[in-house]
Design a protein around this ligand. Structure first.
Ligand SMILES: C[S@@+](CC[C@H](N)C(=O)[O-])C[C@H]1O[C@@H](n2cnc3c(N)ncnc32)[C@H](O)[C@@H]1O
Length: 237
């Protein structure tokens, strides 16, 4: 694979500088995922954070469960390097460079929770059911899969409306938080270019629900939906 999208040099730095400004409700989304994972954690808690990026989901979980063991996966060398450095003093955290389009690595561990935030819409559509199946198999019986992600609306008309709302919201945020002024149409073009460059491939929440059921999960819930972002959780109990 060529170095593009998230593997581009500097992508990690650019992400962390802007994500809290341009992702609506990110703090709440991280909090829901972390609180759910912590709630599901057993006496010997183990969690897998896939598409971990800078490790913000893991950091949030550690606030609730400081002794949790975490396996963090990401395919970007930059992100993996940042996480290895960030968590170097925590012997319970293992960071691996891994492409989730291959599914999950075979590890001799069962997890209380597999968590992900804003990463799985980058996975090729044809690889998603296989990935979710492997996630289900790596979970303990009582385990949970929680995914906060970018989704598109089912209706093209509502999808356009929601996207335009997002651009308006982002323009306001960029002005207020970073002092940057954009015309609506310029920001829209920039965002569409960004989606293409970063290979964003959001499905609908219904697509993900169908894929999770196909993967053998019995229950799928939407725990929160705000603008184009949502948190879905899947389990067998
Ligand atoms: C938007 S960032 C999210 C990072 C972090 N989870 C967060 O919430 O801040 C998306 C992450 O997914 C990773 N990613 C994208 N495609 C991937 C793949 N095929 N395998 C593993 N990681 C991938 C990227 O490298 C990037 O770190």
């Amino acid at each position: 694979m060529t170095d593009e999208g998230w593997k581009t040099k500097g992508a990690a730095e650019k992400y962390i500088q802007t994500v809290d400004v341009v992702a609506p409700g990110r703090k709440e989304i991280l909090s829901i995922i972390a609180r759910l994972a912590a709630h599901k954690a057993s006496d010997i808690p183990s969690i897998m954070d896939i598409g971990c990026g800078w490790g913000d989901v893991t950091e949030e979980i550690l606030k609730y469960k400081p002794h949790v063991s975490v396996v963090m996966l990401d395919y970007s060398e930059e992100m993996v390097g940042i996480c290895k450095d960030k968590f170097k003093d925590n012997p319970n955290i293992k960071v691996m460079q891994y492409d989730l389009n291959q599914g999950l690595p075979s590890l001799d561990i069962k997890f209380d929770a597999v968590v992900s935030c804003f990463a799985l819409h980058h996975i090729e559509f044809e690889n998603r059911v296989k990935l979710y199946t492997e996630i289900r198999r790596t979970l303990k019986d009582e385990g949970i899969f929680a995914n906060g992600d970018l989704f598109k609306a089912d209706s093209p008309v509502l999808n356009q409306w929601e996207f335009d709302n997002y651009i308006n919201w982002m323009a306001k945020q960029l002005k207020e938080k970073l002092g940057q002024t954009y015309e609506f149409s310029d920001l829209k073009t920039r965002q569409l270019d960004n989606y293409r460059i970063m290979r964003d491939m959001p499905g609908t929440i219904w697509d993900m629900c169908t894929d999770l059921k196909k993967s053998g999960f019995q229950f799928v819930d939407c725990l929160c939906k705000y603008q184009n972002l949502a948190v879905l959780a899947a389990s067998n109990n």
